[in-house]
Design a protein around this ligand. Structure first.
Ligand code: 26W
Length: 810
């Protein structure tokens, strides 16, 4: 059904308000309208959802299950309406009824079930899978608390719990009848059956019930509706608690500890902590998901489990769900009687692994004892996988013997999850060309020698439906006006914009759209913070998790440098700039939090200094999340992608901002390189050390931050200001940042890249002054951004890893 007729759509809203809330439309508030619209979208999706499932089951089509500890889906109302073809009519109806769109949409609490790039990637992939009509479902955890809410108090980050389920969440359906038991702890006993085979019995385990909550994932203007299944941990005897008053507190305690399993998302991006609860979460996700997959497989009568890999592929999003490997082995052997060789053959043909980082501190390694105690049978299986793998190396690859300690899955009393993931899967992919090359040549070199065919690259992407069509409707309209709407289904067609990249009328339109978006963001900033920003200034944006390697510090050093210049020479001819930051630091990441404090300190100095008035402003937007990104990105002129080369696996914010016409100031890292290859050097601002240079320094030394400090006055001035209390309430407030640079030799090469960074920003400024040059660059970026649609990425996963075919739903 489509509602071209606005009157009819308004009647539908009216009817919904009556049935849901027992009120008339004229008494309804924005929240009521939000729920009414969600209900309309659900009515639209649910019949197609049933049909999609029917089709997959009856046609026995090959499916992918995307296992991820994170799905950063943000809000769904607008994207669901868009995908169902109801967004335009909704916009008109709301206008007619006198409701502001945003005031309605903000009643949906962001589902912040992810830390950053990896979780958002999973959400974009689900959108592309459904839009391309591929059978693909997500499996994750229904955390009661998503990533913390960030408050800034006196410049310091404070974390508050993100209780996103406070209000009714209209998109999920609880499916208690499909619940699954997951077992922890206990002991394992071996018995020999009459036929000589071994049987494993588990005793005294703790049982946890995994209850699925399903969220429909609608494709764009097609009838495919896939599923995101999120598991919630519950205790079996929840109802018993009330009945056993003598054990009441004991039972309550028990229930409480089970509830914790799906309690909260660990707020750690790219640093690994061996927390038992996190291990429980990982096994909980994996066990529930794999049991569920096998149950469906068998119910659908797809054949013996030895053929599993012809029907199912399981993609694991980083190593976080890599226990899928021993769990699938366990179920195939202990529950379905396959022998080791059959189970192994099946498992490693079914599972594929994506790596998202080479940062050594992020590589997961679980203490052997912890796994042994919490998951005794899983430990036995990992141990056996390891034994067989190492024996194979010893006997079949004598040249590898000396490397066994570096390859062994269990070494130094730890289980190396990346090694397990490589050995137990048929595909290992990195997320951008450089990243994959670094995996092959450095981090996973030995494994690459062993299994060269297993390694492949899949450069990340973003859904252009959300990140262009939905968040920047003005730009989308202007594009469609000149090249037609075909780009919406085939984003590569954005390339046709090149023909207009020197067309003065088109340039003017692009200019006006950006200005309008900047005005909207400026108004938002004013409403939130009471700060007026100059809408004509360059909006210079860095939005991403706060991490040393992402180098927000380099950005703020640039601000301090400009501030010093302006103080020395108040008449300096400088194009006004607004520096916009959004970033959460992991709660325990001290240096990252110090950077947040520094940004605020600089902001309060700069923003209140009359000499600088209106020429530089520093804005830190609190609580960066998907919805805030949607507001900022359409307004960005400059996209800061300035990680230490080799450290950022891909980046996806770079793609989002490019697609919205921002120009990248970036290092030769991650997908920045592929952006540069497409748009050409003249349409991007690249600077700094290359990854080879960085890796060379790490390996051979030869870098001295102190030498740069001693020879570059701009830098010594900034560092001395940091230490002397010019910035900050007291001297030494930022001593740890200062020491990290001068006494730990600046591990992320901030000083080394400072000079080229400043120089690059001077080029940015020159380019910005010539409007037609700038707009030509901006259009060139939009034109080439089609390659970074996650549709392209998913297409590559589907044909090169998953061997999936498209299944249109009638
Ligand atoms: C175990 C704790 C932990 C949690 C999350 C370790 C590592 C992670 C992720 C790997 C962090 C992450 O989000 N990585 C990002 O993944 C994006 C999607 O592929 C890439 O674009 C980013 O470059 C990468 O940092």
């Amino acid at each position: 059904m489509t509602y071209q007729n606005v009157d009819e759509f308004i009647s539908l809203i009216t009817e919904k308000i009556r049935t849901l809330f027992g009120k008339e439309l004229h008494n309804a508030n924005e929240k009521d309208v939000y729920y009414a619209l969600a209900s309309i979208a659900n009515d639209e999706m649910h019949p197609h959802w049933c049909k999609t499932n029917e089709h997959y089951e009856q046609k026995k089509v090959k499916k992918v299950y995307y296992l991820s500890m994170e799905f950063l889906i943000g809000r769904l109302l607008e994207s669901n309406l868009l995908n169902c073809g109801l967004l335009d009519v909704t916009n008109i109806a709301l206008k007619r009824l006198g409701f502001k769109r945003d005031a309605v949409f903000i009643h949906e609490h962001d589902a912040g079930l992810g830390n950053g790039g990896l979780g958002r990637l999973a959400a974009c992939f689900l959108d592309s899978l459904a839009s391309l009509q591929y059978p693909g479902h997500g499996c994750g955890i229904r955390y009661r608390y998503g990533l913390f809410e960030q408050r800034i108090i006196h410049g310091h980050q404070i974390e508050l719990p993100d209780y996103w389920l406070k209000e009714d969440y209209p998109w999920e359906t609880r499916k208690s009848e499909e619940s699954i038991s997951v077992h922890f702890g206990g002991s394992v006993h071996m018995h020999r059956r009459a036929n000589g085979s071994l049987e494993f019995r588990y005793e005294n385990t703790d049982e946890v019930i995994a209850v699925p909550y399903d969220i429909p994932i609608s494709g764009y203007h097609n009838h495919t509706v896939n599923t995101l299944r999120l598991w919630s941990a519950e205790s079996q005897d929840r109802n018993d608690v009330a009945n056993h008053s003598d054990h009441y507190y004991h039972a309550l305690d028990h229930t409480h500890s089970i509830d914790q399993i799906s309690g909260f998302l660990y707020p750690d991006d790219s640093s690994y902590e061996g927390k038992k609860l996190r291990l429980k979460q990982q096994y909980f996700l994996v066990s529930a998901s794999i049991q569920n997959i096998l149950r469906h497989y068998l119910n659908e009568g797809r054949g013996p489990l030895t053929q599993l890999s012809e029907h199912i592929v399981i993609q694991i999003n980083d190593t976080h769900p890599s226990l899928a490997i021993p769990e699938l082995m366990r179920l195939l052997m202990d529950h379905y009687d396959l022998n080791w060789d059959q189970a192994w053959e099946t498992t490693h043909k079914t599972i594929a692994y994506t790596n998202h980082t080479t940062l050594s501190e992020a590589l997961e390694k679980w203490p052997k004892d912890m796994v042994q105690n919490l998951l005794p049978r899983i430990y036995m299986i990992i141990d056996e996988i390891n034994e067989r793998f190492c024996q194979g190396l010893w006997f079949d690859c004598p040249e590898m013997r000396e490397h066994i300690p570096a390859l062994a899955i269990i070494a130094d009393d730890q289980i190396h999850m990346a090694r397990l993931a490589i050995v137990g899967s048929f595909s290992v992919n990195g997320v951008a060309r450089l990243h994959t090359e670094i995996l092959k040549k450095k981090e996973m070199k030995l494994f690459y020698q062993l299994f060269p065919k297993r390694f492949n690259n899949k450069t990340n992407g973003i859904t252009h439906r959300r990140w262009l069509l939905q968040v920047n409707p003005h730009l989308a309209n202007v594009i469609t006006d000149v090249i037609g709407p075909a780009w919406i289904k085939r984003p590569n067609q954005l390339i046709s914009l090149l023909r207009y990249s020197n067309d003065p009328a088109f340039l003017e339109q692009i200019e006006q759209v950006k200005l309008q978006n900047k005005r909207t963001l400026a108004q938002f900033i004013y409403d939130k913070m009471g700060i007026k920003v100059n809408e004509k200034s360059i909006f210079d944006v860095q939005i991403k998790r706060l991490h040393e390697y992402k180098r927000q510090l380099l950005n703020i050093f640039h601000v301090i440098y400009l501030y010093n210049e302006l103080k020395d020479n108040p008449k300096l001819d400088l194009t006004p700039r607004t520096f916009i930051f959004g970033a959460k630091a992991a709660p325990s990441y001290h240096l990252a939090k110090e950077v947040i404090k520094l940004i605020h300190t600089v902001a309060s100095l700069v923003n209140h200094d009359y000499d600088v008035a209106d020429r530089i402003k520093v804005i830190f937007l609190e609580n960066y999340n998907v919805s805030l990104a949607e507001k900022i990105i359409p307004a960005a002129d400059i996209s800061e992608q300035i990680s230490t080369a080799s450290k950022e696996a891909s980046g996806t914010g770079n793609m989002k901002m490019m697609m919205n016409g921002a120009l990248t100031v970036g290092t030769m890292d991650g997908a920045n390189i592929e952006i540069r290859d497409l748009v050409g050097d003249q349409h991007i601002f690249m600077f700094g050390l290359t990854s080879d240079e960085v890796l060379h320094y790490y390996e051979h030394g030869g870098y001295s931050a102190r030498d740069i400090y001693n020879t570059d006055d701009r830098i010594s001035r900034i560092l001395d200001q940091l230490n002397s209390g010019v910035f900050g309430e007291q001297e030494m407030e930022f001593k740890d940042l200062y020491y990290n640079i001068l006494y730990h030799n600046d591990p992320y090469f901030v000083l080394k890249d400072f000079d080229p960074y400043i120089e690059t920003h001077e080029l940015v400024e020159q380019a910005y002054r010539d409007r037609s040059i700038w707009l030509n660059k901006s259009i060139t970026n939009i034109a080439y951004s089609g390659k970074f649609s996650s549709d392209r990425t998913i297409q590559q996963y589907a044909s090169e890893i998953w061997q999936l075919t498209k299944n249109p739903i009638k």
